[in-house]
Ligand binder design. Structure first.
Ligand code: T4K
Length: 393
């Protein structure tokens, strides 16, 4: 087997392979509505395409209330504010910073808890142990598109009378027990960021069964103004733009095909990389359907031969830009330095080993093969790669 590029060989890819590569509509598919928006100057304030997109989302998610927002971070803040409850919110530390930062902006205090070792989603037992009289809500995250243990979380939320929110930023198109993600808890918040399975640029939406909550959210994303210029409360500007909704309407037509592709690519990678000692994967539970927002491997240095960080560098030398989502976990970020000493052993174990590989809605077999070859080469020459590292030290 060839030596890896980090030892001086030619990289497997000539050009840099990024972690994501959004598959967007072709210009001709959106030319008419785009031209119309440009001609009329109707660019925002829910003119035409945003309501049309919301209706299409509502049909797709089988949810009566879908409230589009400018991005998921704003959606999280609005949903947390709308609870109108002070205090602590229980959430995982193994997530993107936006989940916790939203608590800062809604003036809640984060309580970070551990995750499950197989799916990396929040551990319901840890949630229950963290509940105190100060708890205001639970915020769970469908990490990498894998739904949380929703039944157990909903049961806990009911038993303690606590609102349950889902950060569903990763999970558009995922399902739990054959029902679309978006149907659960008090509200779910999706991201349509360029890096997501369902990309529109910047964008997101909140889904809820609660009509009153939906009405409040519709007001709060638009300054608190129902349209008579008498604001009912100090809302913010969290509106989606028409351009993003135009893209969204087209993306909805292809998202299932994209997710089906991702399943095929994931099966290929699991079959091939699963042969390597020390490489394991996020478990996908039988009662869920993941959209495979990310494809992640866990690297066990003892069996694979090199650490996750060495593999990351070695892949970079091959022109493969993997990402360490989510390392460090949030309780080890400077922004949350008060939490540095909390004990989250599974979170720390996973985040030290996890590596997200480039993973797109459209990939060629050659691309997938080359990613595997790059990883296989590093494993095969692990001793020399380690030696290379110790010479650097
Ligand atoms: N909750 C969770 C659990 C989340 O993961 C996120 C966001 C949120 C909430 C908040 O959602 P939004 O408010 O964003 O709707 C990225 C994204 O910016 C962020 O949306 C995402 N999670 C997070 C996991 O990843 P970075 O800092 O890794 O992005 P960046 O700029 O390094 O881009 C990654 C790759 O994507 C690059 O290789 C290039 C490619 N890319 C990027 C952009 C911006 C494109 O191809 N097109 C683009 O427009 O954070």
């Amino acid at each position: 087997m060839d030596k890896p590029a980090i030892l001086g060989n030619t990289p497997v890819f000539d050009d840099r392979l990024g972690i994501v590569s959004p598959r967007l509509p072709k210009l001709e598919q959106i030319q008419d509505p785009l031209s119309e928006a440009l001609r009329t100057g109707q660019l925002t304030n829910h003119a035409f395409h945003v309501p049309q997109f919301e209706k299409a989302l509502s049909d797709r998610l089988k949810m009566p209330n879908v409230i589009s927002v400018g991005n998921a971070t704003l959606g999280l803040i609005l949903a947390l504010e709308a609870l109108n409850r002070d205090g602590e919110v229980i959430l995982p530390s193994f997530t993107y910073c936006a989940t916790a930062h939203a608590l800062y902006w809604s003036r809640h205090k984060p309580v970070f808890v551990d995750i499950l070792p197989d799916t990396f989603t929040i551990d319901p037992a840890a949630v229950e142990s963290a509940i105190t009289p100060n708890t205001a809500a639970i915020m769970a995250v469908h990490i990498y598109g894998h739904p949380c243990e929703i039944d157990t979380l909903e049961e806990i939320s009911k038993r303690y009378g606590l609102p349950l929110l889902f950060d569903s930023a990763h999970a558009f198109g995922s399902q739990y027990q054959n029902e679309p993600i978006g149907q659960f808890g008090d509200a779910e918040i999706f991201s349509f960021h360029a890096t997501k399975v369902f990309p529109v640029g910047e964008g997101g939406c909140i889904t809820t069964h609660d009509k009153n909550l939906a009405e409040h959210l519709k007001l709060s994303r638009k300054f608190g103004d129902p349209g008579d210029e008498n604001t009912r409360f100090p809302g913010m500007n969290a509106k989606m733009q028409e351009f993003n909704a135009i893209i969204g309407v087209e993306m909805l037509k292809v998202v299932d095909e994209h997710i089906a592709n991702r399943h095929r690519y994931a099966a290929y990678l699991i079959e091939r990389l699963g042969r390597l000692p020390g490489i394991s994967f996020q478990s996908i539970k039988p009662n869920v359907f993941s959209n495979y927002q990310n494809f992640v491997i866990l690297v066990d240095e003892v069996y694979f031969g090199v650490s996750r960080d060495m593999l990351f560098d070695a892949l970079l030398a091959e022109n493969i830009l993997a990402r360490k989502y989510f390392f460090p976990p949030l309780h080890l970020h400077d922004a949350y330095s008060d939490y540095r000493s909390i004990n989250l052993p599974i979170t720390e174990f996973v985040s030290k080993r996890v590596l997200c590989l480039p993973f797109y809605s459209e990939m060629t077999e050659k691309m997938l093969d080359k990613i595997c070859v790059a990883i296989e080469q590093v494993h095969f020459h692990a001793n020399i790669v380690r030696e290379y590292y110790s010479n650097l030290a």
